[in-house]
Every structure is written in C-alpha cells, then in structure tokens.
Design a protein. Structure first.
Lengths: 250, 232
C-alpha cells in the first residue's frame, strides 16, 4: 500500500490482512475527519426525521444550509476515483469505497453498513435510525433489500470471477427494528460459468428477520473500464443536475 | 406544522394514500432540497482538512440549534384510528424513498395512470455504485417502495413478503428514470405486483413484489415491536 499521493495527509490505510493482494477487506481506510463530517450530516438527517419542527426552526435550518451549500458549490469537484478499473491504484479502491452509498463513511446517505470477511463467511453490522423508517418504528423494506445487495455483493467477491448483481430475491420474515444493531451473514454458494451464487441473512439477536439469494454475473471483457469511461463522459450531465438539485423543474 | 403546511384532501382516490392528498409545503420542500444538495456536495467536492473541520463544526452548530428548537415527533399516532390527514402527509414526507423532506430519498414521484402506476426519479452522485451508475441496492430499494404503492390498486395494502429483482442493464445516474407498475392479482392475503425501470426507453431492471395484508395480530405485533425497540 504505497500510493497515497494526492490524498489528505490525515488519511491513511491500515492493514488488516497480511497479503500483498489488493482486496477490499484487507485494508481499512482511516479518516477520522472524513468520518466526523459524514457522521454530523447523518445526525442532521436523523434529527430532521425525528423532530416536529415549527416554521421558525425550519427557516433557521434552511438559512444555515443555504450558506453552507453555497460555499460547497464554489469548491472544485473531487477527482473521480477509478475504484473498479484495472488501472485503479490501491488508494483509489479504498477512497471509492469510502463514498459508497451504503458502506461509505464519507457518504451521508450511507447508514453506514460495516462488512468484513471471516474465513468463508461474510459478516456485517448496521444500525438504522429514524431517517430509514418505513413501517412505524421499523426499517423501510427498500433498505433491507439494499443491505442484501451490498452483503451478497461482498460475499460473491470470494469467488474467482465476481460480477454485478443479476438477480436478487428477498424474503421478509419479520419487521426489522430501527435503533437495533443488526447482524449480517452471507456466503458465496458456488458458481456456474459467468454466474456466481450467494446467500445471506439479517439477524436481530438470534432471530432471522429477512433472507436473500443473489446471482451475480461476471462482466465480459473490460466492463469496468467501459463504465468508468462512460462516467467521465457524463461529467457534464452531472453539472447540469447539480443545478437541478437546487432548482427542480417539478 | 399547522400554520405552515396546506393540505388539500382529494377524495378521488381515497385508497391510494400517495395520491389522496395535495400538499403545499414550500418550506419543507426547500429544507429537503437543501439537505439533498448538502449530501451531494459532500460526496462531490474536493475538501482539504481545514475545510472538512470547518464544515463539520458549522454543521454541528446548526444541528444542535435545530435539535433544541424542535420537540420530538409523535410517531405512534400513525398506527391508530386517531391519525389525522396531517399525520399521513408527514409520514409520506419523511419516507426514505419518496419523502420530499427526507434527504435519503432522491425522491421518487408516484402517480396512478391508466390501469397502472407510474413513477419518476433521478439519482445524483451520492447514489453511485458501479462507476456512473446507481447502486444496485438503491435500484432494489426503489422497487420495494414503488411496488408498495402499486399494491394499493388491489384495494388492500400489506407489508413486503418477497421481492425479486432482475437487473437488465446498469441504471445511469443524472438521468430521468421512468417506472411502470401494475397489480397482477390477489391470492388470499397475498397481493401480487410487478414493475419495471426505464432509462431513455431502455429497460434497466424489473421486479416482482408480493405483499401480505396484515391481520389485526400483525398490526398489534408491529405496535409492540415499535414500542420496545424504536427509541433513539
């Protein structure tokens, strides 16, 4: 893990597994400042979902946010990390992951889910707050599904040819509570040609709340390079949509 | 809330809760948009250590002021017969997929059209999974919520029992996505639905959703579970 150039000096990679291979579960990105920023935005989202705000406090919040967003708009865009392409550096891989919408500590919309591998098993942990509420007091079924995509997606990387989600089948057995640490368990169950099979469960204590099966399809050729090229090409679309965040047409 | 939000009840579709209210809440909408813009910029901007520290501090101050000025929401009422139109509106406004005031929501807009349900949504950079494309988890999440709306066409509403998603092509970011859904049939307490997502007329994913209408015992269990667990 050498290449950290172009990255803030207070960010480092800590080695978890003794191996020279670049693998998402071998290292952890240490970024206390980035995590604190992600956490405060998550806290704000939670408070907004939790509070019975009156007009006055919402106006104050709106004014404060306006000031902050205005400052952020003036900043240069972040360099796009090549998280998946072959030419990605180690550092690219970990930074890419730290912005994941489900696992990324730096992404305010991520709960964030923690996922790690122990032997043949993929384990994880996540706690959802009121911003994720679907049925009263419980996690929205959509986020339960999202957890499985991420969990099974991690489990299938233990196969020879990991790929993109092809199909995902979720069975909801009981409502998933908010504010409780959920335990995740997944495993890769085999492969067949370009297909990789994975299964997983979400637990609260000993109780299974939901289970899922997924089939992942290994990309043919250089799909990652293709996606990253497309991504660079959509940079202009991205700027257009930056404006539409502020001024939605509908 | 009372003085701030104007709720117009439309009795045309009382069985479609997402369509039976017209809401005027410019302040709530604008807070939702600003929070979304905040998430989007945090993900996109190049920030140095000083900027991160300053931003974190500013956001702490703002969050604490908001927390102190606002009492906690009474969420339990939504489960009971005493719920008001405002409770229902508020519930929809904070939905993590559709809610205008929930920054986790892109948000998805849903309406009834012909004999089906349509939807529209556009995801920003915060939702990136594969480079330039929506994370598969958020595609799945979208279907859960969308099909939960679609099932209302059956006249009954339940909780998600099973959800099967088939990913056909990567779903692009920064693109208007069109959703189409329809109610297939009812089998006892099961409600069968299906839906699809299109980007520029290309099918990117489709799903089958089975919803299970709850019995009074289910509702009671949910209420108890909420009281036991759901406190921050």
């Amino acid at each position: 893990m050498k290449s950290m150039e172009g990255v803030r000096s207070d960010v480092s990679l800590r080695k978890l597994v003794d191996s020279d291979e670049v693998q998402w579960n071998h290292y952890i990105l240490e970024d206390p400042a980035g995590r604190a920023l992600g956490d405060v935005v998550r806290k704000l989202f939670h408070q907004v979902a939790l509070r019975d705000a009156n007009a006055r406090s919402l106006e104050d919040l709106a004014a404060g946010l306006e000031r902050i967003v205005h400052k952020l708009e003036a900043l240069p865009p972040r360099k796009l990390q090549r998280g998946m392409a072959k030419r990605a550096t180690d550092c690219d891989v970990y930074l890419y992951e730290s912005y994941s919408p489900l696992r990324g500590i730096l992404n305010p919309i991520a709960p964030p889910i923690q996922i790690w591998i122990e032997g043949e098993t993929t384990l994880g942990s996540v706690t959802f707050d009121a911003a994720y509420e679907g049925p009263p007091g419980h996690v929205h079924g959509g986020y339960v599904a999202a957890v499985f995509d991420e969990l099974l997606g991690a489990a299938q990387t233990l196969s020879e040819k990991p790929g993109f989600t092809g199909t995902l089948e979720i069975r909801y057995l009981a409502p998933t509570p908010l504010y409780r640490e959920l335990k995740l368990e997944g495993r890769c169950t085999g492969s067949e040609g370009r297909k990789v099979f994975a299964e997983g469960k979400i637990y609260a204590g000993e109780r299974v709340l939901a289970e899922a099966k997924g089939i992942f399809i290994a990309p043919s050729g250089n799909a990652y390079e293709y996606l990253e090229r497309q991504r660079e090409q959509t940079a202009s679309a991205r700027e257009t949509s930056a404006n539409s965040i502020r001024n939605p047409s509908t | 809330m009372h003085e701030r939000v104007k709720i117009i009840r439309r009795d045309v579709a009382p069985h479609l809760p997402w369509q039976s209210f017209a809401i005027e809440d410019p302040l709530g909408d604008s807070v939702g948009e600003s929070l979304r813009a905040l998430a989007e910029h945090v993900v996109r901007a190049e920030l140095d250590s000083t900027q991160i520290a300053d931003l974190t501090r500013e956001l702490h101050t703002l969050t604490e002021a908001f927390e102190q000025a606002s009492p906690q929401r009474v969420r339990e009422r939504i489960m009971g017969p005493e719920k008001t139109d405002e409770d229902v509106y508020r519930y929809i406004a904070f939905n993590p997929i559709r809610g205008s005031m929930n920054p986790l929501a892109a948000p998805l807009r849903v309406w009834a059209e012909g004999d089906g349900v349509r939807g529209e949504v556009r995801f920003g950079s915060a939702y990136e999974g594969p480079p330039g494309h929506v994370h598969g988890g958020h595609v799945a999440a979208l279907f859960d919520d969308f099909l939960a709306c679609v099932q209302a066409l059956s006249g009954t509403r339940g909780f998600t029992g099973t959800l099967e998603i088939r990913f056909r092509a990567p779903t692009p970011l920064h693109t208007n996505l069109r959703l189409e859904g329809r109610f297939d049939q009812k089998e006892g307490r099961k409600i069968l639905t299906r839906g699809a997502i299109f980007a520029n007329e290309v099918l990117t994913a489709e799903a089958l959703g089975t919803f299970i209408a709850p019995t009074p015992e289910h509702i009671e269990k949910l209420r108890r579970s909420m009281q036991e667990n759901a406190k921050p």
